[in-house]
Design a protein around this ligand. Structure first.
Ligand SMILES: Nc1ncnc2c1ncn2[C@@H]1O[C@H](COP(=O)(O)OP(=O)(O)O)[C@@H](O)[C@H]1O
Ligand SMILES: [Mg+2]
Length: 242
């Protein structure tokens, strides 16, 4: 469904991605794990068109979307929940969700809102509250909900667990599983929290210095001694990786 071929991108003279090949098949959760600075965020942003790819291609359902402007990429069914959530703190929850629907047919709005609020009852209770006054977990829900308002077929999630307490992290991951399973949305999940992400994912990839170093099923990567040593031990929030 989403296919990345030989993608290179960077910032000015700094090249952050060195020829990424990666497939996100329809209906799956695919995760990308890797240390801070590996290039994970750059990959998600470059799928959305900024920074531009300097080489390689991004295909969505076989269509080359590499050089399309971001709003046209969203219209084709891709949505991005960015690192750090980036909600609009002075806008209400409802206004934040309206922003997510800006590229959509207004006739869908009520139905899409209802679907998102069913997924996040906490947001339903806080529709008029300003985004900036929500807890970290609620802000993450809002960031995901806002992305879902554009009716994506593929959802890109950048570190949804960042900075959240373990119990909240667990809840967010359950919701991601439900979005995938019940709403049939394909998910490309970037995480430093490799344990939770690999447990959830059908397939995983490990990024090191702007390259894919290792790929496998979630279970294979969880069992891999190298992965355990680098990304899991001590990073499982008190849960055992076995
Ligand atoms: N806006 C930017 N300008 C210049 N360099 C950047 C910028 N954002 C990220 N980088 C660099 O690109 C590399 C990859 O960063 P990033 O994609 O944020 O990694 P990750 O998400 O895996 O932590 C890092 O070396 C980082 O310093
Ligand atoms: Mg990042």
């Amino acid at each position: 469904m989403l296919k990345i071929e030989g993608l290179c991108a960077g910032y000015g003279r700094i090249q952050a991605l060195h020829g990424i090949d990666l497939d996100v098949p329809e209906g799956e959760i695919v995760t990308l794990v890797g240390a801070n600075g590996a290039g994970k965020t750059t990959l998600l942003m470059s799928i959305c068109g900024a920074p531009h790819a300097s080489a390689g291609r991004v295909l969505l359902d076989g269509e080359d979307i590499t050089h399309l402007p971001t709003h046209q990429i969203i219209r084709r069914g891709l949505a991005h929940s960015p690192e750090g959530r980036r909600i609009f703190p002075r806008m209400s929850v409802l206004e934040n969700l309206q922003m997510g629907a800006a590229q959509s047919d207004p006739r869908h709005f009520d139905q899409d809102l209802e679907r998102v609020l069913a997924l996040f009852p906490r947001l339903h209770e806080r529709l008029t509250q300003r985004g900036g006054t929500l807890s970290g977990g609620e802000q993450q829900m809002l960031a995901i909900g806002r992305a879902l308002m554009s009716r994506p077929r593929v959802l890109l999630l950048d570190e949804p667990s960042l900075g959240l307490a373990p119990l909240v992290v667990r809840h967010i991951f359950e919701i991601i599983a439900a979005i995938n399973r019940e709403q049939k949305v394909t998910v490309f999940l970037v995480e430093q929290n490799a344990f939770h992400a690999l447990k959830l994912a059908h397939r995983g990839h490990v990024m090191v210095n702007g390259k894919i170093a290792l790929s496998g099923t979630g279970a294979e990567l969880l069992a891999n001694p190298e992965i355990r040593a680098h990304y899991l031990e001590g990073g499982t929030h008190g849960e055992t990786a076995s």
